[in-house]
Design a protein around this ligand. Structure first.
Ligand SMILES: [Zn+2]
Length: 134
């Protein structure tokens, strides 16, 4: 019984930390962790924010091929971020979606750290980013 209570407290606490975000393509509201966050810094550098902690303007998109396609076709990320999204970032998004939707990985799982592409990490590496640890 005690154990069950502990589980309930834990899940309640988890719920509180779940902000909902809207996918730019399908406009569905989802748990932030079920979405990719793409950010644009003040200098217009677009990155896939795998930790969801980067400052700057952010846009969210599902880990779904159809949403990515739609966003690409209609230029939805550029509109949301107010700056253009380089081909390279689309490549990263594509490979992330392919990876996440491959068998054995749940869609709702949070992206493991460092899973995203090297181009993203290299670019960010030199910048100093204020990271707020939870
Ligand atoms: Zn979507």
């Amino acid at each position: 019984m005690i154990w069950r209570k502990a589980v309930r407290i834990l899940s309640e606490r988890r719920q509180k930390r779940r902000p909902l975000r809207t996918c730019v393509a399908c406009r569905e509201k989802r748990d932030q962790r079920e979405l990719m966050r793409i950010t644009a810094s003040k200098d217009g550098v677009v990155t896939l924010d795998s930790q969801q902690k980067l400052p700057g303007r952010g846009a969210y998109i599902c880990y779904r091929q159809e949403c990515v396609e739609k966003a690409k076709k209609r230029d939805l990320l550029r509109r949301a971020l107010k700056c253009s999204v380089p081909e390279e970032i689309w490549g990263i998004i594509d490979c992330t979606v392919a990876d996440v939707s491959s068998p054995g990985k749940g869609l709702t799982r949070r992206m493991p750290e460092g899973m995203v592409c090297m181009a993203d990490i290299e670019r960010k590496g030199s910048e100093s980013v204020d990271r707020q640890e939870e």
